[in-house]
Ligand binder design. Structure first.
Ligand code: NAI
Ligand code: MG
Length: 338
């Protein structure tokens, strides 16, 4: 397995070290190439993502990313120039975010139920494509547009991926989340696509919810969901709610997938570089380790993925919730369990 590693900034390198500890325990054929990208490199050299680096990244089976960001970098530079650029160049059209409430983890909800959902968020279209502009800036007549782009091709491939995942899960249930009553143009394309693809997956039951209603159900009854498919912006928001009700930022894992396998997919914890705790060795590496599990599953290494998940599940069920986390202790425990 040829893995490109982008530790990044802040706690990124700390959690990635533990992710690799666990990965090498289950996948002895692991070969890693580290890449220095992020705020530190930009501050030093002005470079974000040189084309030569992008070409090299393409030569790998997958990418593991820690976190990118620093309070000293103006907003937008790293997001557009590095994170979003990676996503668009490598055609990461599926943003995969599971949300499962593990035994032993406290949800902020009083009666959360058995939460185990898989959010499939579109990753390369919607309002995130940068299609827009500003006219008459800084005047009372300023105009700003941000156009949501939805293509039949782009919607179909992510919907198909969601059905494939749903059909492989015990509940075989898929919920489309959108706002079809107001966003009728994009919403129409999404609903028709779900309807058309559903014919190929007769065993999967399909539901639809408006995003505002879904935001309530994510709090009042999150256990109702199995697989969710939704557009880029709605997915960004509802997956954060899903993370919050299943134990928060230290546990939320994600994958940015090119489901066609043409480009390497990239796996990362959902959290950022956490400058407030960086360098103290107290970041929870569990989100990164769960992302490693997604990576293994994506590469078809089902048994190795299962070992990583089982290690996390056991560790979480036996953790003392009062005890302070030591990043490397968690990694050591998980690597030994896996
Ligand atoms: P953040 O996720 O870095 O931190 C939010 C809060 O959660 C902080 O209090 C932090 O200490 C805590 N936290 C985060 N990860 C944790 C972990 N593994 N264990 C324990 N506590 C953890 O979000 P914030 O503060 O908004 O952003 C910090 C920087 O990270 C910014 O520069 C932002 O742009 C960047 N960022 C990068 C992302 C990425 O690389 N994909 C995603 C989100 C933010
Ligand atoms: Mg987000």
């Amino acid at each position: 397995m040829r893995l490109a590693v982008i530790p990044g900034d802040g706690i990124g390198p700390e959690v990635v070290a533990e992710g690799l500890k666990v990965l090498s325990a289950v996948a002895p054929d692991l070969e890693t190439t580290p890449y220095d990208l992020g705020a530190t490199r930009w501050q030093r050299t002005g470079e974000l993502l040189p084309d030569t680096v992008l070409d090299e990244l393409r030569q790998h089976d997958a990418i593991l990313l820690g976190a990118i960001g620093d309070p000293g970098v103006p907003p937008g530079i790293l997001e557009r120039g590095l994170l979003l650029r990676l996503r668009f160049e490598l055609d990461h059209h599926v943003n995969l975010r599971p949300a499962r409430l593990f035994d032993g983890v406290r949800s902020p909800l009083a009666a959360p139920g058995a939460i185990d959902m898989l959010c499939v968020r579109e990753g390369t279209e919607g309002p995130y494509v940068g299609n827009g502009g500003v006219l008459r800036k800084d005047t009372p007549h300023e105009i700003a547009t941000e156009v949501s782009l939805n293509t039949a091709f782009g919607v179909e491939r992510v919907v198909r991926y969601a059905f494939e995942r749903a059909t492989a899960r015990p509940r075989k249930h898929l919920t489309l989340i959108h706002k079809t009553n107001v966003l009728t143009h994009a919403g129409g394309l999404w609903s028709r696509t779900v309807e058309e693809v559903s014919v190929e997956f007769p065993e999967v039951t399909v539901a639809y919810q408006h995003v505002d209603a879904a935001a309530m159900f994510f709090i009042s009854d999150p256990a109702r969901y199995d697989v969710i498919v939704t557009d880029n912006l709605f997915g960004d928001i509802v997956t954060d709610i899903a993370a919050a009700v299943t134990g928060g930022i230290g546990l939320a894992a994600s994958g940015n997938l090119d489901a066609s396998g043409t480009n390497p997919s990239m796996f990362e914890p959902v959290h950022g570089s956490a400058p407030d705790i960086a360098g103290q060795g107290i970041a929870d590496p569990t989100a990164t380790v769960l992302s490693v599990g997604l990576l293994l599953q994506h590469l078809g290494r089902t048994e190795q993925a299962r070992k990583v998940d089982a290690a996390v599940a056991f560790d979480l069920s036996t953790r003392d919730p009062q005890a302070t986390i030591r990043t490397s202790d968690v990694g050591d425990r998980l690597a030994a369990l896996a």
